[in-house]
Every structure is written in structure tokens, then in C-alpha cells.
Design a protein around this ligand. Structure first.
Ligand code: HEM
Ligand SMILES: [Cu+2]
Length: 641
């Protein structure tokens, strides 16, 4: 435990009360019933990390198979399942949940609140994520994993062309997981709008929080299209509907349209929090605020909107009307403007600031280099003629790994090193971190740069092997060697984290002299986050002496809130104090509800419909118990969920 010296203005009695109200049972039951956003955030990070390792091992297996022409390590069926699980897991079970894990841990701390708006819903979201992830991965050892690629085009996904459970796992798994992503998104939006510290008006909201909120809005608008697609797929496969079956009046392109109406914004759903991490890390290592705050906020909003207008660029090879190509080609080019604007703002920040070269900054530089290269090939695809040429070759695989690894993995690694002291209370080892950076950076480019080349030479994606005549073997071998270097680098990241937790120096509250509120409290923070809810006077509260003083001195009863488990509700635009609200105690209900849902989805999968019906009743009953008015106690959040 960290021993807090009483901050000025807070009496020992206040602190003792806060500790008592926010304490969580230190038992097994306590572990399963916690609603603390910091513990839930940590669990998201660890679980998504484990799914990343599984997806990464799948990639290593593929790269080993592809190292030489006509290799026999994997059968075509195994390869199909591996690349599908790799892509699906990287996108749905790693990138989004990992970045939401950072959001869960950090958003309440950054806005000076004591938890998320709906802590129990938050716990529920985590359990659903865990169960949906296990649901999907569990199919792999049975040889029943999804096998038609992460975008699972019709009619490859149909019962007729793809018998067995493979695509049922896909449809049900993603529907199940969608519950978690939706719950988390609603929670982020309400939290950021209603729980900001007094004085944190909209123009003082940290860029990372803006990025998370924009992401949450994109999820709310994009995910229904994917859910609809998967619901129709399941009906087609099990109950003889014909949504995607042209022979009975259905339409195969319907799948693609709905998929990409979700899928393109999803690229930004993945990258946006990464951009937010970069904006959070830079001020600490340049000793100045990010240049052009209002422009960056506008560009975040612009990206969130424009990303919904470009989905057809994934369908340039489908024979849609020419005019639609022109429109979507133009829209796809325009979206580079707000993205580029942020890059220039960061470069200007680095030029104008004083650079302090530490591991998080190295990963930010790695991000800029990699992401910009991915952006360049992206604008090449926006030209339909070029797209027709390279579509479904390894050039595409090279492009999106530059975007996704550049835009999500590098920022995430920057974030891990940056916030590790806050989360664990320990400093990481700088030398180990630098080795990890150089191995990851070199490994990434050695793996994926050659893919541009053999893609242009015509090697198709999603093939389990290739003949030796076209001469693709040499560059493929280079890619495979690169992927092992990359894996070694990622292993060193893990070693660094373990080393820090075991051996690291204890971290002070603000080791980087950073600017946002999470650094204004102890490392790691107490369960109640802040003894006194801060009062904010600028965009960089921790650099601002007036804020710094007001976290302690001038503490008023309405900002200590030591009578019960409370946080402060403020107005949406200018964060004026409205009233304290009670926050819920820990509870097992979220876990029970998520487990009942798991039984429901598993029963649907194996077609035990009576069991599914019973599970559905249990789900409904659990929800009813959860929502039953508990009388005027302190067990409600901001609202009831
Ligand atoms: C860690 C190192 C990684 C390696 C070595 C790697 C390797 C590969 C390879 C070889 C393929 C092509 C499979 C094929 O078309 O035959 C692939 C596909 C893919 N990868 Fe990765 N990858 C890595 C990381 C990532 C990350 C971090 C993401 C996303 C966040 C990602 C997302 C995807 C997706 C979406 C596909 C397409 C799957 C499909 O065609 O359905 N990968 N990867
Ligand atoms: Cu796109």
C-alpha cells in the first residue's frame, strides 16, 4: 500500500472515511465482484495482451509456413483458420479492447473523477469481452475456427459453401463481443460528459479523452451494421433465410456494404485512441502542450464523420457503377487532410519543444514513420486504377500492417512505457526498453516492407503456399526472419514489464513532469483516485499552479465528499458543479449476467435450442434483479445501469 501523507486541507478523519468507503473486499469474491475502473482497465490490458500473443503466434506459424515455396508445415484448412483467427483476433480481441483498456484506466483519472459513470456496466463489459474472446479462441483446437478471412465475404460464409461450425463461431462470437464494445462506449461518453472535474470546460479536456469519446461515438454508429450482417448470416445459415443468396433473391454485395460501413470506421476506431495516446505522451517529453489544440479537436471530429463516407474504397473491384468510384475515391483522399494535420501538429510540437529522449518518445517517433508510410500506400489505393491492380495481393497486407501496427501497436507500446509507473507504481528499465524498441522497429519494417514488393510482383494474399517459379521465395524468407525479430522485441517488452513490477524503482506521483490529472495523484492511485477532487484552471492542470494548489488547499467538503461513496456530477459544457452522486459497491451481478450470456451463445452455437431458451430466461431474470429499485441506498451509479 502507498502511504499518503495527508494532503493539505484534508483531515485524517476524511482520509480514513474515504479509504473505508472505497475499500474492496480482499477475497476471491472481491476479485470477481470489483467495479473499480482501474482494476477493470488493468484486466482489459492483460486479457487483450494475452489475445495479442495468441494472434501473434498464429502469425508466426503462417510466416514459418511461407518462408519457403511449397512448404508443408500447415495444411490449407489449418492455414485458413489461422489467418482468419489472426486477423479477427487482432482487430476485435486485441486492438480495440487494448485501447479501451487504456481508456478505462485513464479517462476517470484524467478528468478528475472517482470512477466511470456506470461502474457495474463497466465490469459487465469486461466479463463479456473475456468470455467472447474465449468463445472464439476455443474453436481453434477443435479445428472449428472461422476460416473465410476476417471480413468473411458472402457467399464463402454460407452454409452451402462452408459447412461446419466455423462461420457460426464467427457470427455468434462477434455478436456476443459487440455487447461489450457497445456498453463500454456508452460508458465513456457519459463519463466524459458528466463527471469532469469542476472547471474542466470542453476546451480543457485532454486530447486523449477527446479521442476516446470520438471513438466511442464511432462505435455506436458503426457497430450496428456489423451486428446486422452477423445476425442475417446466422439466420441464413441456420434458419434458411436468403439474405445473401442470389439464387433466392438475396444479394452477396449486401454483406460487403454492411461489413465495410462498419469496417472502414473501424480502422479509425482502432487508430484514433492511438493518436490520443501520442497527444498525451508528447507534452511530457517536449515540455510543452501539443501545438494547435483546437485544430486537433476539430480534426478528430472530422475524421470521425468522414470515415463513414468512404467504405466503398474496399469494394473497387466489385463492379459497382463508375460514378460511385469517383465519389468514394475523392472522399478517401480527403480524409488524409485531418489525419495529416495531426501529424504536422505533432512535428511542430517536437520542433518547438525541448526533446527528452526516453522510450515512450522513441515509440512515438516509430509511430510517425510507420503510420505515414501506411498512409502513403493508403492514398495510392484511393486511386481506383491502382487498386484494381494490387487488390488481394500482399501489397494490401503490407499497407494495412503499416497502418495498424504503426497506428495502434506503436502508440500502445508508447503508452505502456509511459503509464507503467502510474499503473504499477514502479519505473521501467530504460536500457531494456530501448532494446525492445529497436528490435520491434527493425522487425516490423523487415517483415512488412518486402510485402510491398512481392505484392507488386503478384503474390496473392491468403494462400497457404506458392510455387518457386515466380521467385517470391527470397523476399518471403526476409519477411519471415523479420517476424521473428519483431517477436523477440515484443518479448523484451514483456520482460521489461515483469522486470519493472518485480525490481523497478518505486515511482513518484509524476515521474515525467507531465501535464494531465492522472499525474496529480499517487502511483498507483488509491481506490478513490483523488483525496480531493481537483479544480481545473487550464488545459495543463498539473503544470498550472492554481490547479496544483487547489488539489489540496482550499479543499471544500463538496470536493472531498467523504460521506459515502461519491463522485461529483458537473455540467456537460463548462463543468460547473451540479451535485454529488453515489457510486455503486462491488457486486457479482455483472459476472453472473455475462456468464448467462455465455451459456446462451454456446447453446446457440451447438444448436441446443431448449438450453438456449433457459439461458435466455436466466439472462432476462438477472437483468430484472440488477435493475430492481434497491430503495434509497448508496448502490446506484449516475443512473441505474
Ligand atoms: C505482430 C506481428 C504480425 C505479423 C508477423 C503478422 C502477419 C500476418 C500475415 C503473414 C498475414 C497474411 C495472411 C495471409 O493473407 O495469408 C496477416 C494478415 C492479417 N493481419 Fe497480421 N501480422 C502481425 C500483426 C498484426 C496486427 C497487430 C494486426 C491488427 C491490429 C494484424 C491484422 C491482420 C489482419 C486484419 C490480417 C488479414 C487477415 C485476413 O486476410 O482475413 N496483424 N498478418
Ligand atoms: Cu477503408
Amino acid at each position: 500500500m502507498v502511504t499518503t501523507s495527508t494532503p493539505p486541507g484534508v483531515s485524517r478523519v476524511d482520509l480514513a472515511r474515504l479509504t473505508e468507503h472505497w475499500a474492496e473486499p480482499r477475497s476471491l469474491r472481491g476479485w470477481f465482484s470489483t467495479v473499480d475502473h482501474k482494476r477493470i482497465g488493468r484486466r482489459y490490458l492483460v486479457t487483450a495482451g494475452v489475445f495479442f500473443v495468441l494472434a501473434g503466434l498464429s502469425a508466426l506459424a503462417m510466416r514459418t509456413q511461407l518462408a519457403r515455396p511449397e512448404a508443408g508445415l500447415l495444411s490449407p484448412e489449418e492455414y485458413n483458420q489461422l489467418f482468419t483467427m489472426h486477423g479477427t483476433a487482432m482487430i476485435f480481441l486485441f486492438a480495440t479492447p487494448m485501447l479501451f483498456g487504456f481508456g478505462n484506466y485513464l479517462v476517470p483519472l484524467m478528468i478528475g473523477a472517482r470512477d466511470m459513470a456506470f461502474p457495474r456496466l463497466n465490469a459487465f463489459g469486461y466479463w463479456v469481452f473475456l468470455f467472447a474472446g474465449l468463445f472464439m479462441w476455443a474453436s481453434l483446437p477443435f479445428g472449428a475456427a472461422p476460416n473465410s478471412g476476417w471480413f468473411a465475404y458472402a457467399p464463402l460464409n454460407s452454409e452451402q459453401h462452408n459447412p461446419g461450425l466455423h462461420m457460426d463461431v464467427y457470427a455468434l462470437g462477434l455478436l456476443f463481443l459487440g455487447i461489450s464494445t457497445t456498453a463500454a462506449s456508452i460508458n465513456f461518453i457519459v463519463t466524459a460528459l458528466k463527471l469532469r472535474a469542476p472547471g474542466m470546460s470542453l476546451n480543457r479536456v485532454p486530447l486523449f479523452v477527446w479521442a476516446i469519446v470520438a471513438t466511442a461515438f464511432m462505435v455506436i454508429f458503426a457497430l450496428p451494421a456489423l451486428n446486422l450482417d452477423n445476425a442475417m448470416l446466422f439466420l441464413d445459415r441456420r434458419f434458411d433465410t436468403h439474405f445473401f443468396d442470389p439464387s433466392a433473391g438475396g444479394n452477396v454485395l449486401l454483406w460487403q456494404h454492411l461489413f465495410w460501413i462498419f469496417g472502414h470506421p473501424d480502422v479509425y476506431i482502432i487508430v484514433m485512441p492511438g493518436l490520443g495516446i501520442v497527444s498525451a505522451v508528447l507534452p511530457a517529453f517536449t515540455r510543452r502542450g501539443v501545438v494547435g489544440y483546437p485544430l486537433i479537436v476539430l480534426s478528430i471530429v472530422a475524421i470521425a464523420i468522414i470515415s463513414f463516407g468512404v467504405w466503398v474504397h474496399h469494394m473497387f473491384a466489385t463492379g459497382l457503377p463508375q460514378l460511385s468510384y469517383s465519389f468514394f475515391s475523392a472522399a478517401s483522399t480527403i480524409i488524409t487532410i485531418p489525419s495529416g494535420l495531426q501529424i504536422f501538429a505533432w512535428l511542430a510540437t517536437m520542433l518547438l519543444g525541448r526533446l527528452i529522449i526516453r522510450v515512450p518518445l522513441l515509440f512515438v517517433v516509430g509511430f510517425i514513420v510507420t503510420f505515414v508510410l501506411g498512409g502513403v500506400t493508403g492514398t495510392m489505393f484511393a486511386l481506383t486504377a491502382f487498386d484494381q491492380q494490387v487488390t488481394d495481393t500482399y501489397f494490401v497486407v503490407a499497407h494495412f500492417h503499416y497502418v495498424l501496427i504503426g497506428g495502434a501497436v506503436f502508440p500502445m507500446l508508447a503508452g505502456i512505457y509511459y503509464w507503467l509507473p502510474k499503473i504499477t507504481g514502479r519505473m521501467y528499465h530504460e536500457g531494456l526498453g530501448r532494446w525492445a524498441f529497436w528490435l520491434v522497429f527493425a522487425g516490423m519494417h523487415v517483415t512488412f516492407f518486402p510485402m510491398h514488393l512481392y505484392g507488386l510482383f503478384g503474390m496473392p494474399r491468403r494462400v497457404y503456399t506458392y510455387a518457386s517459379e515466380p521467385g517470391w521465395g527470397g523476399w518471403n524468407l526476409v519477411s519471415t526472419i523479420g517476424s521473428y525479430v519483431l517477436a523477440l522485441g515484443l518479448l523484451l517488452v514483456l520482460v521489461g514489464v515483469v522486470h519493472a513490477v518485480r525490481r523497478g524503482r518505486p515511482a513518484p506521483p509524476d515521474p515525467w513532469r507531465a501535464d494531465t490529472l492522472e499525474w496529480a495523484t499517487t502511483s498507483p492511485p488509491e481506490p478513490y483516485n483523488f483525496p480531493v477532487l481537483p479544480r481545473v484552471h487550464s488545459l495543463h492542470p498539473v503544470w498550472d499552479e492554481r490547479t496544483a494548489e487547489s488539489t489540496g488547499e482550499g479543499a471544500t467538503a463538496d470536493r472531498i465528499l467523504s460521506e459515502g461513496r461519491n463522485t461529483l456530477l458537473t455540467s456537460e459544457l463548462d463543468a460547473r458543479v451540479e451535485r454529488p452522486v453515489p457510486m455503486p459497491e462491488s457486486t457479482l451481478k455483472p459476472l453472473v449476467l455475462a456468464a448467462a450470456l455465455l451459456v446462451l451463445f454456446a447453446a446457440l452455437l451447438v444448436a441446443w435450442y431448449p438450453v438456449a431458451a433457459v439461458a435466455a430466461v436466466v439472462v432476462a431474470a438477472t437483468i430484472a434483479v440488477w435493475l430492481w429499485p434497491a430503495g434509497p441506498s448508496r448502490t446506484s451509479g449516475v443512473a441505474t445501469p
